[in-house]
Write a protein that binds this ligand. Structure first.
Ligand SMILES: [Zn+2]
Ligand SMILES: [Zn+2]
Length: 292
């Protein structure tokens, strides 16, 4: 059995925390961009991407502001004409064609990568349908948690659609973002914790491409180790940890802050979800399994 480990070579002193989805008064956010940056700096985040609707915030825009110590990632949220997606690490604005595959391809041909947003937003829990997610290819990831949906219709979580994709053998990383529009209420709900020695936009984006990060709403993972056919995950503050394989099937659990699981013989992928007090969670990326 071969277990692909996106966390290979983890350096435990180099975790960077940040949010890739925040709006400002340039689109429908309520706070001006400098206030949004200040709010995330106060939170203690290391990086932030401003993602206004079909409005690019690039390096030149950031250069006019006080970064307050944050690494600021250029980007935008592709919004018009279809399901929303983030263009992370954008160096130009991609025309929001109704053909979202065309948008994703254009993003991959320019710079950065695509992350599908809040799939389970709206009263039908279906802003982005599973059929779309299955039909499109070459997007890096999807939001498995989107904070603003906590106060809107639908569900902030999308691990259901994620498990269905992973079960089909698709490779999609899970992201947790705020999608903040309002100051305070929407800030600090979800974030990504990235393992990289390089404190730069490039370092963060490269680590995300590799899957060397996890999404969190408040649980901190302190170790992820693979030995033979076993995966061990340790946390600072989980009190229940669940291990899933296809098709979203839980095969192990521990009512503890750590778990040590044996990968089931027929697993196609394994992912681990760590639950803490008050609904806090952390989600590892999937470990893809293949027969050797
Ligand atoms: Zn959106
Ligand atoms: Zn948004």
């Amino acid at each position: 059995m071969k277990i692909e480990n996106p966390y290979a070579g983890l350096d435990y002193s180099n975790w960077l925390r940040g949010n890739l989805h925040a709006h400002t008064t340039a689109s429908d956010g309520r706070a001006p961009i400098q206030d949004v940056i200040n709010a995330y700096a106060t939170l203690g985040h290391d990086f932030l991407m401003i993602s206004d609707h079909d409005i690019l915030t690039n390096e030149d825009d950031y250069a006019k502001l006080d970064n307050r110590g944050l690494i600021l990632i250029p980007g935008n949220e592709v919004t018009r004409n279809g399901p929303h997606l983030l263009h992370v690490g954008a160096d130009s604005l991609i025309e929001p064609s109704a053909d979202r595959q065309q948008v994703i391809d254009a993003i991959n041909a320019s710079s950065g990568f695509a992350v599908i947003n809040h799939p389970n937003w709206l009263s039908d829990f279906n802003h982005c349908s599973f059929e779309n997610l299955a039909a499109w290819s070459n997007y890096l990831g999807m939001e498995i948690f989107n904070g603003v949906i906590c106060r809107l219709d639908g569900s902030p979580y999308a691990t259901d659609k994620w498990d269905r994709l992973l079960s089909r053998g698709r490779r999609v990383w899970g992201f947790a973002n705020d999608d903040s529009h309002l100051p305070v209420v929407d800030v600090g709900l979800g974030w990504n914790v990235v393992n990289t020695k390089e404190r730069s936009v490039e370092g963060i984006l490269n680590a995300m491409q590799r899957g060397s990060f996890y999404g969190s709403t408040g649980v901190t993972i302190t170790a992820i180790e693979i030995t033979g056919n076993r995966i061990r995950v340790e946390t600072e503050n989980a009190d229940r940890i669940l291990a899933y394989q296809q098709v979203g099937s839980e095969f192990a659990r521990a009512d503890a802050s750590a778990i040590d699981i044996e990968v089931p013989a027929k697993a196609k992928y394994v992912r681990i979800e760590c639950l803490g007090r008050g609904g806090r969670s952390a989600w590892t990326q999937p470990f893809y399994i293949s027969a050797e």
